[in-house]
Design a protein around this ligand. Sequence first.
Ligand code: NAP
Length: 284
Amino acid sequence: MTTILDGKSLSQTLRQEIAEEVAFFVAQTGITPCLAAILVGEDPASQVYVRNKERACANVGMKSVLFRLPAETTSEELLTLVEKLNHDATVHGILVQLPLPPQIDEKTILDAISPDKDVDAFHPANVGLILQGRPRFLPCTPFGIQEMLRRYGIETAGKHVVILGRSDIVGKPMGAMMVQRSQGADATVTICHSKTANLPAVTRLADILIVAIGRPRFVTAEMVKPGAVVVDVGINRTEEGLVGDVDFEAVKEVASAITPVPGGVGPLTITMLLGNTLKAARGI
Ligand code: NAP
């Protein structure tokens, strides 16, 4: 019997826990954790993501402030706002919704966010700390995946975790986290990408296969070892609606556990952002 890893209900549980922690923190300190979100331009998907983040903050008793900037905003204007928020003691977390318009250099902006308010954990200082196994914040999507494996009692120690995709947001930090000498990690890690030779032979080695490539239903049943745990990070908008990077219907017949899309990894990403914002408000 294949376990469906239900990110939606796990997310509700986690948000309830965070709401209780927020209420306790506010009662103790009089400080309400606050997330500042910056949205540049009119990208429809980004607008939905930012709205969901605002709503999620409100639901756990946190504040959020949204800064909407026009698509023609310059790097200097955006940097000025980031600097202002870095120094605003009422703001604990800062997130810049990606992608940014082409005239703005993404790395320059992300590097300008104070590492203490970098709740997405994209700042090089925070990435370095993750690599060294002493994280300040963990990036929200890999953090959500690790928490899901932990809460479902899926052992990672000594397991071969194969990650498909080497993005800075998912693949690389996921690998850095799973290889750590710690609980919920201690795995043997392989990271694959578009230049990996004989990919199906590598993915078939996985006890836990984590897929983040942005290719609809790319991973087929033949690429999965029977009994493996399969985590699908992909979000692909197709004519049939949202689909993941994994051929869910076929792969669920061979996997021991699998995340659906939607309702798997997606809901956990925002939940972990809330947890990081609370952590930032606590002063880490
Ligand atoms: P990305 O920046 O889009 O990069 C894709 C990665 O996949 C690259 O490393 C690329 O290899 C690799 N790749 C692409 N085609 C491949 C192929 N045919 N064989 C092997 N590797 C291949 O990655 P991302 O930002 O992590 O996004 C991946 C997917 O996850 C997207 O669908 C995105 O929407 C989704 N996502 C979901 C969440 C969530 O909350 N659920 C969060 C973030 C992302 P190269 O490096 O060699 O080009």
